[in-house]
Design a protein around this ligand. Structure first.
Ligand SMILES: Nc1ncnc2c1ncn2[C@@H]1O[C@H](COP(=O)(O)OP(=O)(O)OP(=O)(O)O)[C@@H](O)[C@H]1O
Ligand SMILES: [Mg+2]
Length: 362
């Protein structure tokens, strides 16, 4: 799907934006604080119902107004309108009729990259776990359900472990259920990493022109070739060994919620020795690899909303990114610097300048 008309009124600092976007690449450039993230958020918000900055709904309305409106015309001739009124709920309209957020999500799917995503390769393992969960849930709806079932059971077990008197039978039931669901999650993760690592080294190589091989690695390599039955056994053994620890710490310490994924460059952990640029390039290469797998599976790509994805990449890596962007989907990409590489871009693209919430074509 592509957007062919976009009107944003009073959404955050975007007072009155009206554009006819390029069906391919749209580059929005402007200084800090001009409204680039707000612009990305407006598109993301219409599509998903979530906002990027985690604000309350009322905070999305411009401070000097009591309503906000985003109107999106699509190449399919459908029209989506999202209307926010101070003190009232959100109204969603599809072709002038009241619509559901889930309907909009399937009509205008988007995939958004926020600057915080660039930190995924660094810091705690939870970031890389959540990246994998996000990718897998988008590629496979069943994985999303599996994950929420697992998390619901995990919550029950953690509550139980905190009680003074623990019902051992109930603990056993919950642990078994977690092992079963956990093994299914592990199998899905192993399969996905296998596919991802098929294309990741090549994509990374296009950025860095290196022989070094990038991989996203599962913590326990012994798991890679295991069947689900073997994983169930491994998790059971591990739980047995950690039973006292769980009771002592009053929390579950065994299972895929503790998986630690790391980026390895020629087998070395990038988190501990990689430069800022290398760490970010690894994330971007992973993102492109994910898009490749997504396209393979669904034969199309969602609209890509890329907020400040080029920040802190040097010129040649920025260019490599632009060269490697998939051609088919519509892309909205913001940047605070007008990179000289725009001139070298092949194919059609539109540059829009944003200043103080006003957007104009260059
Ligand atoms: N509800 C609102 N009404 C009016 N202005 C708002 C509202 N919410 C946020 N803003 C303002 O919008 C401005 C632009 O924010 P935005 O995050 O889009 O900037 P940006 O162009 O992405 O900047 P950077 O390059 O630093 O990331 C901010 O200065 C912020 O104060
Ligand atoms: Mg921003």
């Amino acid at each position: 799907m592509k957007i062919d008309r976009l009107k944003i009124t009073n959404y955050r600092n975007l007072g009155n934006v009206e554009i006819v976007p390029n069906p391919g690449l749209n580059i929005i450039f402007g200084p800090n604080g001009s409204g680039k993230t707000n612009f990305c958020e407006a598109i993301h918000y219409v599509s998903t119902g979530d906002n990027i900055k985690g604000s309350r709904q009322s905070e999305l309305i411009n401070w000097d107004s009591d309503y906000a409106l985003v109107r999106m015309g699509l190449i399919s001739d459908d029209e989506v309108v999202v209307y926010l009124k101070e003190g009232k709920g959100k109204e969603v309209k599809i072709n002038s009729k009241s619509g559901k957020q889930s309907e909009v999500k399937s009509l205008v799917p988007t995939h958004t990259f926020v600057p915080e995503d660039l930190y995924i390769s660094k810091g705690p393992p939870r970031r890389r776990r959540s990246l994998l969960n996000r990718h897998l849930s988008q590629l496979n709806e069943d994985y999303g359900h599996l994950l929420s079932d697992y998390n619901a059971e995990l919550k029950k077990k953690n509550t139980l472990l905190k009680q003074d008197e623990i019902n051992e039978d109930f603990l056993e039931v919950l642990s078994e259920r977690l092992i079963e669901l956990g093994a299914q999650i592990t199998v899905e993760r192993i399969n996905y990493l296998g596919e991802l690592n098929q294309c990741l080294p090549d994509i990374y190589g296009q950025f860095v022109r290196t022989e070094q091989e990038l991989n996203l690695s599962y913590p326990d390599d012994g798991l890679i070739n295991c069947s689900k039955k073997e994983i169930v056994e491994m998790l059971s053994d591990k739980l047995e060994r950690n039973r006292a620890k769980e009771l002592n710490r009053e929390t579950s310490v065994v299972g895929p919620h503790r998986d630690k994924f790391e980026f390895l460059l020629d087998g070395k952990n990038l988190r501990t020795f990689g430069s800022q640029g290398e760490l970010r390039t690894a994330v971007i290469a992973t993102y492109l690899a994910y898009l490749e797998l997504y396209e393979e599976k669904f034969n199309e790509l969602p609209i890509l909303v890329l907020d400040d994805i080029l920040s802190e990449l040097d010129r040649s890596r920025g260019e490599a990114f632009l060269e490697n962007l998939p051609e088919e989907p519509q892309v909205f990409m913001t940047t605070a610097t007008r990179s000289p590489s725009f001139r070298k871009l092949s194919g059609e693209f539109t540059v829009l300048k944003i200043e103080k919430g006003r957007l104009e074509k260059q």
